[in-house]
Design a protein around this ligand. Sequence first.
Ligand SMILES: Cc1cc2nc3c(=O)[nH]c(=O)nc-3n(C[C@H](O)[C@H](O)[C@H](O)COP(=O)(O)OP(=O)(O)OC[C@H]3O[C@@H](n4cnc5c(N)ncnc54)[C@H](O)[C@@H]3O)c2cc1C
Length: 446
Amino acid sequence: METPQTKTGIKVIIVGAGFGGLTAAIECYRQGHDVEIYESFPELKTLGDIISFGGNAGRIFYRWKNGQIAARLRELSIDLREYGFRIHKWDTGEVVFHQITPPQKEDAPFFNGHRGELHQVIFDYARDELKIPIHLGNYVTDYFEDENSAGIILKTGEKIVGDIVVGADGVRSKARELVLGYEDKPKSSGYAVWRAWFPNTDMLADPRTRQFCENGDTFNGWIGPEVHFLFSTIKGGKDCCWVLTHKDEHNIDESWSFPGKLEEVLEVLKNWDPMCSAIVEKTPSLVDWKLVYRDPLPTWTSKQGRTLLLGDAAHPFLPTSAQGATQAMEDGATLAVCLRRAGKGNVPAALRTHQEIRYERVKAVQKTGETTRDMWHKTDWSKVKDDPSSIGFPREDWIHDHDAEKHAETVFDEIFKKHSGIAGKESTSSSHLSIQNSANSVSVAS
Ligand SMILES: Cc1cc2nc3c(=O)[nH]c(=O)nc-3n(C[C@H](O)[C@H](O)[C@H](O)COP(=O)(O)OP(=O)(O)OC[C@H]3O[C@@H](n4cnc5c(N)ncnc54)[C@H](O)[C@@H]3O)c2cc1C
């Protein structure tokens, strides 16, 4: 079991055990806070399909149990060192660009794998190894706060009170109502994604598709007008996964995830490279996932500064950014540092400092989801001919090289001054401790 920082006495209640909530809980534990999670699902199910984590998430994972959690995630993740990413023109099928996978940094690895499987690793680490209480089957019906505390009300009517409540309750967040003071529904982004994950049996039986499952992991993309189709094989070619982003104007009031219809996918692909249909027709079942969009919220912090929105609840991402879960994780690492540096007597200023540290960065990363989608959906093929790399998936250093924990330690004092009204004074007695930590940001001993 890991040893956390000196205890801060701050009680943090987190709603939601997605990657955002779990990371916030683990980071709060590391930074010495008392933390528990309330989650509506009654049991963990390995739901979903492919999810990506950039090096900026890998750096957070790597600090958990001295690299052991990252090693567990690696076992489950795609390995594209040999194959890279092959980008095809939608109609001819020709490979227009072969993007080489950058080398993994040991302390900032990136991962792509099955959402449910990776989630299970993090969940087990939090619950079984760190012993963080995770209360499953607890739907939160309401949120409340005053100057000195914040709390939640469960469906059973039970009230739970802490120093801070973190609404890591996803894209349809209920915590958002308390924070904003009004109901803010997500809008359709105008796009949806069909997505599927299935075993390779039928792919191996077809000579056209066998190549993707016989030689290790693969990743191919077909780029066309207003549509892109990404296909990967993982675990040495055993599992297959594809996502197809397309225009969709459906109303998303009721739900944003439905069973998908294969015939609709094949209709979209009818004039495409026949390889795309050869892959898709093997799919036993698929999901039609509507991509919701939200204008940046004016704030993630409640009026009294005791309730904070985190992850998708604060900022949903488009998959073309490949950063939704990673940014949720950066939120968690930042928040935990801010709370420790501010101390129990300064929780509202800690939350406002957290928001200021995160807000502009998140907005800029969010934007990359749109720019990459538009770059692919409105490709200028003559430009690609001159410069094939222009169609590559952008992998920007300012996103991936970011160290959320270290950054929070570095900028904390300057920003906290503005929110605490204690300019010039030491923020708390723990700030001496935290300066030591920023020099050696792996602050947890196993
Ligand atoms: C089932 C599922 C499958 C997904 N699959 C993929 C995928 O394949 N690929 C991909 O890129 N992204 C996927 N995502 C989204 C991705 O996981 C998130 O965008 C990202 O990880 C941000 O995480 P988050 O913790 O902010 O939100 P989420 O992962 O949405 O987690 C929010 C959590 O809050 C819980 N919750 C919500 N309301 C309440 C309430 N009132 N009371 C108690 N608990 C509540 C939810 O049950 C959920 O577990 C999926 C999300 C879910 C929930």
